[in-house]
Structure formats: C-alpha cells, structure tokens
Write a protein that binds this ligand. Structure first.
Ligand code: NDP
Ligand code: MG
Length: 394
C-alpha cells in the first residue's frame, strides 16, 4: 500500500489522479490533498477520499474550510494553509508518491522538496522542471527519487525507452525523440485572424480537456516548447535531437527513433488517466478507467512539420533552451504573465509571443547554478513582463 500526496488535487490532473487512485484502494491510500482556493471541490474530495491532511494555500479560504471540516463527518482531517505547508505535506513520512499537478511556478518548491526527500515524483508540473532544470535533476539523482513523467508525450517516450531506463539517464541507443503535438485549436486558422481570438476559443482544445493555462499554451504551442525543454532534461538529450511533429489526431503520444532504424511509438486515447495510471502502477500496469483505443476509428494519421511563423512561441522556447542558464526560467515566467493577461482580456492572443520575446531580450543567459538565482530570474522576468503588459493595455 502506497501513500500518495496530490499537489493540485482540484485541477484537471488532480481530479484524474483521484479517479485512478479510487480504482485501486488496495494499492493507494490518499494521504494529502492540496488546492489554492477551490474549497468546494476540495470538500467533496475529502468526503470521498478521506485524506489525513489538506492544504488550502489561500489563508482566508483555509479558515473557512477548517470551520466546515470541523463539523463534517471527516472532522479528523488536518487543515493547513499557506504555500510552505505544501512542502510539509509533500515530504511526510507516510507519503511514498507525490503527484506534482500544481500549475506553473507555484509548484516548484513543493515538487523539489519531494524530490529531495526521495519520494516517487509523478511529474505533471512541467513549469517546475523547465525553471529549475539541472538543479531539479540533480536533486532527483542525489536522493535516489524515482521521477516518472505524467505529461502524455514524456510518459509515451518513457514507455518507449528500455525497460530499466530511469529519467535523467542518457539513452545511448536512442538517436532521436519525435515529440508529437496536436497543433491545438488554431493549426489551420488563417494567421491574420489570430489577433482576434478570444480566451474561450483558445481554451477549446480539439483533443484534450485541460486547465486553462495549459490550454492557452497548447494554442500558442508554448506547451510544446516547454515540453521540448522538459524532454531535454528528462531524457538527457540535446534539443537538436528532439523533433517536434504535428500529429493532429493525437493517437500517437510520441516516439523514440533508435540507432538501428526502429521507431517505437506509444498509442492510446487522449485520456490523461492512461499516463497517470502508468506512472502510478509502474513498473507494473493496472486499469486506468480509460476506454480502449478503437483502432478502426483511426481512419488515418497525419504528420507535419511545425510552422514557426504561425507559432513563434515554439521558436522562443527553442532559443531559450539553446541559450541555457536562466533563460528557460525567464521564458516560463514571461509566458505565465502573458497568458494570465490574455485570459484576463488585457492583451491579445498575438501579444503573448511579443511579451515573451521582449522580456527575454532584457536578460543574459547567466548560469542557473542555484535555486536562489532561478527564483530571482523568475521574479525579475515577471516584473519585466508585467510592465510590457501595462504598456500594451494603453
Ligand atoms: P488546473 O488549472 O486544472 O489545476 C491547477 C491546480 O493547481 C489546481 O488544483 C489549483 O488549485 C492549483 N493551484 C493553482 N495555483 C496555485 C498556487 N498558486 N498555489 C498552489 N496551488 C495552486 O491545471 P492542470 O491540471 O491542467 O495542470 C496542472 C499541471 O499539469 C500543469 O503544470 C500542466 O502543464 C500539467 N499538465 C496538465 C495536463 C492536462 O491534461 N491537464 C497534461 C500535461 C501536463 P485551485 O483549483 O484551488 O485553483
Ligand atoms: Mg503534453
């Protein structure tokens, strides 16, 4: 029986993780759940899954939540608040696995704490890895933590690696990774119309049902850029060995091209419970609840080169990873600010790459040797990007 802590339990990945965990009550016990402020959903989750601990980051919401729990049938749950408590629950002795499913940079410190404590880290929160890069991978190798990718592409690549492969190792026989991308909702939209797209149009992903931030990232293809950086780190490969492939049907979730000419692909329905269940059951397998792939529904599979003119965010991510140092953290921070401003209707969709590029121009790719350096770059890049948002608003 393993104890699991779900960071970001109330999000899209968190909900799917609880669905998988509930299918395997003899394998997983829910030790801790965390949310930022969605206490209504968190309450329902507590009634069903009865964790020992919850964290509500927002202090006021945490107070309200504690009052509600005190008079509930699950009054023995310990309610904590504040961002520091995330690290506390991610490193509890009774926790074996940590699902890192907070969105954005807010997930970095608890995910890193879990890695340092030698927990099995189920990594959905790609922004944490993109920001901290080698620091994170070093923490994993020093503590002996298992790092299992949840992002569907990286989970697919992991599944196509040799059976004894561990994240961070060099896979010598693998000569290339083919990182698939759906191309998002605007793959075929005339480029001149992108300036007018609304947040609702941008979050309407054709194949996947996800949180709002990652859905916008998919529409700009920044998601694929972040994933390219994530793949370089997880699979110890240089960016020139990772080819982004547009595959609109999202049936193949990525491929590994081996030196003998073999290409291994992982396929399945676009249901995040599949990579979640893979990582939770690893090195075994168990039921995910996802429908089996009906191969006869797959009429054909298309593969295209990505268009970097249409998707400048992908180009910026490639530039950031090639520059190295703090640049991926700068890219990520500027993107988080730009996407939030777009979702708040302060800037246009096409302003997103503009804000990121102008922010990146303000930085040199200084070495990212310590966490303090990374956090300082993150906060400075947020300030720079916020200023650009303010200029664009007027
Ligand atoms: P959601 O927006 O659906 O959920 C985000 C979760 O993080 C919620 O539980 C939210 O709490 C919590 N949260 C938000 N801000 C903070 C904060 N400042 N401090 C603490 N907790 C916070 O996101 P997704 O589930 O879609 O994505 C989560 C991560 O997984 C992202 O990094 C994404 O890139 C990655 N991922 C997601 C995929 C998907 O299919 N959704 C696929 C591959 C990767 P609350 O609900 O209270 O706001
Ligand atoms: Mg993905």
């Amino acid at each position: 029986m393993k104890g699991i802590c779900i960071l970001g339990a109330t999000g899209s990945i968190g909900v799917s993780t609880l669905d998988v965990a509930a299918r395997h009550p003899n394998r997983y016990r829910v030790v801790a759940l965390t949310a930022n402020n969605n206490i209504d959903l968190l309450y329902d989750q507590c009634i069903v899954h009865r964790p020992g601990y919850v964290v509500v980051v927002d202090e006021d919401k945490a107070k309200q939540f504690a009052e509600r729990i005190a008079t509930s049938p699950v009054s023995d749950i310990k309610v904590l608040s504040g961002a520091e408590s995330l690290q506390q629950v991610a490193t509890l002795d009774s926790v074996d696995s940590v699902m890192a499913a907070i969105v954005g940079a807010a997930g970095l410190l608890p995910t890193l704490a879990a890695a340092k404590a030698g927990k099995t880290v189920l990594l959905a929160n790609k922004e944490a890895l993109v920001m901290s890069g080698d620091i994170f991978m070093k923490a994993v190798s020093e503590s002996g933590a298992h790092l299992l990718p949840i992002d569907s592409e990286h989970n697919a690549i992991f599944q196509c690696m040799p059976a004894d492969y561990c994240a961070g190792q060099e896979a010598k026989e693998a000569r290339r990774i083919l990182l698939t991308a759906s191309g998002g909702p605007f793959r075929t939209k005339p480029v001149e119309e992108l300036v007018d797209v609304t947040p609702d149009q941008a979050v309407a992903h054709p194949n996947w049902d996800m949180g709002r931030k990652i859905s916008v990232d998919s529409a700009t293809m920044m998601n694929k850029g972040l994933e390219l950086i994530e793949a370089c780190l997880l699979f110890n490969m240089s960016p020139d060995k990772i080819q982004v492939v547009i595959h609109p049907q999202s049936v193949i979730h990525s491929m590994v091209d081996y030196v003998d000419g073999t290409v291994l692909a992982q396929m399945g329905n676009p249901d995040m419970r599949i990579p979640i269940a893979h990582a939770m059951a690893w090195p075994e397998r168990f039921d995910s609840g996802a429908a089996p792939l009906n191969i006869f529904d797959v009429k054909h599979m298309d593969f295209e080169q990505p268009d970097l003119q249409r998707f400048p965010c992908l180009r910026l991510a490639i530039e950031a990873v090639e520059a190295g140092g703090i640049m991926p953290a700068v890219l990520n921070a500027a993107n988080e600010i730009a996407v939030a401003a777009f979702l708040d209707e302060k800037v246009r969709f096409t302003d997103i790459p503009f804000i990121i590029e102008r922010s990146m121009c303000q930085f040199e790719a200084d070495p990212a040797d310590t966490l303090d350096i990374v956090l300082a770059a993150d906060s400075k890049a947020r300030e720079v990007a916020e200023r650009i948002v303010e200029e664009l608003k007027h």
